[in-house]
Design a binder for this molecule. Structure first.
Ligand code: N01
Length: 529
């Protein structure tokens, strides 16, 4: 075993890379352990056709370095996965990060050792690494969910999961393909797979809402304008609940006229992107308001999809924005293609996967390749795959058996010197991930520096502070319609997972204010040794 490090960081996505950079800058020693062979996290694994970010590229980027902001050129309104991965690699090179990243290695176990006031981390390569702090940067959507559909292992052709796509890519030309799922990953990939494949069969359990991306190459004049005003744009974004600089119409839909509602929705539909949900300020608070937006989109489906039966199956019936809204390029239009079949499995699950396809509702569908666009065990899945043990050998799995609890989404009672970047209880997935990540990382780095200055060996949240944060999380979640449906936000996509609204929904500004207040009050809610 080597000499103890200050920190082991798990994961070399945007969170792990920035954490390493910040710790180095403060003179701490750190090593990043990364399962993949390269940096980029979610953008390293999610290489399915059409993978893009649904936050505009000029905002889905680091802001810690004005030089980096100025030198990097985004080429499209919504960056593709390859372009984002290129950006991640550029950052790794620019800040010479790779020398402290150990690729192709998984952390299997981490145990807090009381006698050492630190962690002992074990990897699948048989190493044991001692570190004062354990910092997870494992992503919120990084543990792919493969549903237990009978017969899955018997399928004779290749099976691909969108969240773990082959690096060499997949050419579906001339093939028949089955896709299970109609979430964001499916909605991005289906139009492209349909253009390549001889035939595509889509199995839909829940019809989803999506709005057009209207993606386009970025106009150089616009990029110059953004770059000239980057500081102001970033400042504005931090005042927005989702950490994205967008136009929020601070008016309730229920008080607007029918004509005004149509005008707003149409304008935002034509503009494209997630700003659709900012058409009015009550869309996620009030059923009646929500229905006006949902009806607008439902009408669009019926207008776009020519076959009335297919349109009916594709028309979502639940609350718009309850599950994460999708952003697409030609999704509904794809179902007008003669080579695309939609199978409604709302009432009855797929009976089984057969060697040549799938059997659903008593009918056999055949295909050469199967795509599982079935999502992730979100927010806790990756963390709980590692055997993390805090004080007295208590496992995180046991501590979270009734659902995850954290203090500020960053720390866990009973798990000293342990930090979770974008952990459950943080705003993370409800916001633009990059600014949230930077805020979390800055907070953690500053905390470690404060501990060093105070000569403190161990920091741990008080159970009461954690409980109060969990209660606050639950009460803000209950105000919104988002807590009402069966989404991955509440773990409903994973059988047996406790139902807890996992991300903090109070908005990024309120969260930042709270984190800063905790520090101003001498790390209120934490105990030190
Ligand atoms: O996963 P999902 P995703 N039988 O969980 C279906 C982010 N993301 O990978 O809705 C049949 O949304 C499931 O059906 P149902 C983004 O935050 C971002 O698409 O549970 N179907 C659903 O249709 C997103 O929210 C981008 O009834 C089954 C689908 O599989 C998150 O990742 C792009 C099934 C899963 O949808 C997850 O998106 C892509 C079964 N047994 C993703 N099990 C950006 O643009 C599951 N399904 C940034």
């Amino acid at each position: 075993m080597t000499a103890p490090l200050d920190a082991v960081i798990v994961g070399a996505g945007f969170a792990g890379m920035y954490m390493l950079h910040r710790l180095r800058g403060k003179g701490f020693t750190a090593r990043v352990i990364e399962a993949g062979q390269g940096v980029g996290g979610t953008w390293y694994w999610n290489r399915y056709p059409g993978a893009r970010c649904d936050v505009e590229s000029v905002q889905y980027s680091y802001q810690f370095s004005p030089e980096l902001e100025q030198e990097w050129e985004w080429t499209e309104r919504y960056a593709t996965q390859p372009e984002i991965l290129k950006y991640a690699n550029h950052v790794a090179d620019r800040y010479d990060l790779r020398r402290d990243i150990q690729f192709g290695t998984r952390v299997t176990k981490a145990q807090f050792v009381e006698a050492d006031n630190g962690w002992l981390v074990e990897t699948d390569k048989g190493e044991r690494i001692a570190a004062r702090f354990l910092i997870t940067a494992m992503g919120c959507l990084s543990s792919p969910n493969t549903p237990k559909i009978p017969g899955l292992a018997e399928f004779a052709g290749p099976t691909y999961h969108t969240g773990n796509w082959p690096h060499e890519g997949v050419d579906f030309t001339g093939k028949t393909v089955g896709v299970i799922g109609t979430g964001s990953s499916a909605i991005q990939s289906i139009p492209i797979i349909a253009r390549q494949a001889r035939h595509l069969t889509v199995f839909q359990r829940t019809a989803n809402y999506t709005v057009p991306a209207h993606n386009r190459p970025l106009d150089p004049a616009y990029v110059r304008e953004v770059k000239a005003g980057y500081r102001e744009m970033r400042r504005r974004a931090k005042t927005m609940p989702a950490g994205i600089d967008l136009r929020i119409n601070n008016v309730p839909a229920v008080e607007a006229s029918e004509e005004e509602r149509r005008r707003q929705y149409q304008e935002r539909w034509d503009y494209g992107g997630l700003g659709f949900m900012a058409s009015f300020n009550d869309l996620l608070l009030n059923d009646e308001a929500n229905r006006t937006a949902a009806d607008f989109v439902r009408e669009k489906v019926r207008g776009i999809v020519k076959d009335p039966k297919t349109a009916e199956i594709l028309t979502p019936t639940n609350i718009i924005g309850c599950k994460r809204l999708c952003v697409d390029s030609g999704y509904w239009e794809t179902f007008n293609r003669p080579n695309v079949t939609l199978v409604d499995i709302r009432d009855e699950p797929i009976e089984r996967i057969t060697p040549t396809g799938a059997r659903a509702k008593g009918q056999d569908y055949t295909f050469d390749c199967l795509v599982l666009a079935t999502g992730f065990d979100a927010m806790t899945g990756a963390l709980l795959k590692v055997d993390i043990r805090g004080r007295d050998g208590v496992s995180l799995r046991d501590a979270w058996s009734e659902g995850p609890k954290t203090y500020l989404g960053l720390t866990v009672a009973g798990f000293p010197n342990f930090f979770t970047i974008t952990g459950p209880g943080s705003p993370s997935v409800l916001t633009n991930m990059l600014p949230s990540i930077e805020q979390h990382v800055d907070w953690i780095a500053d905390c470690l520096e404060a501990l060093r200055e105070k000569g403190v060996a161990v920091i741990e949240p008080e159970p009461e502070a954690q409980e109060a944060w969990a209660v606050h999380n639950g009460s803000v979640a209950n105000i919104t319609l988002r807590s009402t449906c069966s989404s991955w936000y509440v773990g409903a996509n994973i059988p047996g997972k406790p139902r807890v609204f996992m991300p903090y929904i109070g908005g990024l500004p309120a969260y930042i204010e709270r984190c800063e207040a905790v520090v101003a009050k001498g790390y209120e809610g934490f105990t030190f040794v």
